[in-house]
Design a protein around this ligand. Structure first.
Ligand code: 5GP
Ligand code: ZN
Length: 136
């Protein structure tokens, strides 16, 4: 998919704050995080949404979501974690390359999951990516 931003990020053609990578996936920090440490799991092969995903890869993606969620709990002391995956514009999907959101949560953090995210400096992104990487 020549015009897909997440294909370019997943394949390393566009730089990202990567916290994890294997043969099938790259896990990056969301550019507009709902909370610091908000991760996105991106398959390296393009699939627009869950309906285009190979079933085995969906299973692998969810195992990886558990691994990332566990790292967010330990690295960031998150009390809770949201795992979200939107399919189609009607469901709130804005980038048509399958991805899973893994979002650290704390009591009273006031995150509402349908609002725009917050901005962070590159230093803040780098520091939080390092923390998560150290827990993986
Ligand atoms: P969706 O709304 O499709 O479920 O989620 C798309 C997510 O991708 C949003 O949370 C948005 O902030 C994030 N995003 C969009 N473009 C980029 C990008 O270029 N880099 C990163 N790291 N995140 C992106
Ligand atoms: Zn893509």
């Amino acid at each position: 998919m020549d015009n897909c931003i997440f294909c370019k990020i997943a394949m390393g053609e566009i730089p990202s704050n990567t916290v994890y990578e294997d043969n099938d996936f790259r896990v990056i920090l969301d550019i507009a995080p709902a909370n610091p440490g908000h991760c996105l799991i991106l398959p390296k092969n393009h699939a627009a949404d869950i309906f285009e995903m190979d079933e085995e890869l969906v299973a692998k993606a969810h195992c990886l979501a558990k691994k990332i969620a566990t790292a967010l709990k330990s690295a960031l002391k998150a009390e809770g974690v949201n795992i979200l995956q939107n399919n189609g514009a009607a469901a709130g999907q804005s980038v048509s390359h399958y991805h899973i959101h893994v979002i650290p949560r704390n009591t009273g953090d006031n995150v509402t999951l349908n609002k725009e995210g917050n901005s962070m400096s590159s230093e803040e992104f780098g520091a939080i990516a390092d923390k998560i990487k150290a827990a993986l």
